[in-house]
Design a protein around this ligand. Structure first.
Ligand SMILES: Nc1ncnc2c1ncn2[C@@H]1O[C@H](COP(=O)(O)OP(=O)(O)O)[C@@H](O)[C@H]1O
Ligand SMILES: [Mg+2]
Length: 338
């Protein structure tokens, strides 16, 4: 396994690996080399097939990306970054097989037999606090590994976290299709997800616009810190905290107001279910100013404490005795409706 060094070293290594891989992507027809058992997943960019290798019988998860909608360079980048990161125990493994057929680019991944994290979120309920904490520790360790190598995942959401069991004893981060180096500039994005930080939501190119008002955004690990916090909220509650981080979203506006003047504004109702220690963690992860957000590994320092308050008959009682009644949208897959 090649060890990535500093940001500069790491980036040139990725570029070199892309260059070398581009010369050796083999041509094959999927059905000639693999028995396709079934489709096990589908995302915004590709499909994942459960296959067995025709000669060896090895089960694998093939990620296939249609050539019609995927640039060769993007495929190579995703494959090479996935390969470099795949040695971490909480990141999906790779077999080192990259190929192209007439219609697809593809690569072979370790088959993760459980479902993804989204599949076990009980709508409007979430998953148990113990399972959330097990997941939090493992994802924080995977992200620390990624960030130390000068990269930012950029697509942290439950659908990209794969489970080896239903209780989150072992989980693996997947999908490096949007991963970029620290300091890469984003000029615009075309849509938002609830996991996106406010500085990223400001980069949306709305219909009819030709350019974004905000200056280009430098990709930083703080984007993953924000998304990780939103993910923790979702799996603890079964709800999104908001739909998008801009002033068109009442739930986000309420939260942002509270962050700006915490002493005079009361904690937004959907956050009242959390203990003061848990809110301390969320406050450090969800700082509006990206440069002041904490690092992902700081989450580990909070897992020894209670996160969710005991529930009384009316719901969660906040510090001032108010009861949380308003609720935003239940979590839905970002794949649905796209
Ligand atoms: N190695 C794997 N083993 C089992 N299921 C997987 C594996 N990789 C991905 N999946 C499933 O396939 C879905 C889509 O894969 P993903 O890599 O996220 O594609 P996209 O880039 O299109 O989002 C995931 O949400 C997950 O449910
Ligand atoms: Mg995905």
């Amino acid at each position: 396994m090649i060890e990535l060094g500093s940001v500069e070293e790491g980036s040139s290594l990725i570029e070199e690996l892309i260059e070398l891989t581009s010369q050796s992507v083999c041509r094959l027809e999927i059905k000639e080399h693999f028995n396709i058992i079934k489709e096990i997943g589908r995302g915004k960019y590709g499909r994942v097939l459960l296959v067995t290798h025709r000669c060896k019988g090895t089960p694998m998860a093939l990620k296939v990306l249609p050539k019609a909608s995927t640039k060769l360079q993007c495929f190579l980048r995703e494959y090479c970054i996935s390969l470099l990161l795949s040695c971490h125990p909480c990141i999906v493994g790779l077999f080192g097989i990259a190929f192209q057929s007439n219609e697809h680019y593809g690569f072979a991944q370790e088959l993760v037999v459980g479902r993804d994290l989204f599949a076990i979120i009980q709508p409007r309920v979430g998953i148990s606090e113990c399972a959330v904490k097990r997941c939090a520790v493992q994802i924080s360790s995977a992200l620390e590994f990624i960030h130390q190598r000068g990269l930012v995942h950029r697509d942290i959401k439950p659908e990209n976290i794969l489970l080896l069991d239903n209780h989150c004893q072992r989980v693996k981060l997947a999908d490096f299709g949007l991963t970029q180096r620290h300091g890469t500039f984003i000029r615009y994005i075309s849509g938002t997800l609830p996991y996106m930080a406010p500085e990223l939501c400001a980069m949306v190119l709305e219909e009819g616009q030709t350019e974004v008002k905000a200056p280009p955004l430098s990709v930083q690990p703080s984007l993953d810190t924000w998304a990780f916090a939103v993910l923790l909220f979702c799996i603890l509650t079964g709800f999104f905290p908001w739909e998008r981080c801009d002033d068109s979203d009442d739930f986000y506006e309420e939260f942002a107001d509270w962050r700006r003047v915490p002493d005079t504004t009361s904690v937004p109702s959907q956050w009242k279910r959390f203990t003061p220690m848990c809110m301390e963690m969320f406050k450090r992860m969800l700082v509006l100013d990206a440069s002041e957000r904490c690092s992902v590994w700081e989450v580990k320092g909070y897992v020894g404490k209670d996160w969710v308050r005991a529930k009384d008959i009316n719901g969660w009682v906040g510090e001032n005795g108010e009861v949380g009644t308003r609720t935003p949208s239940p979590c839905r897959s970002s794949h649905s409706g796209e």
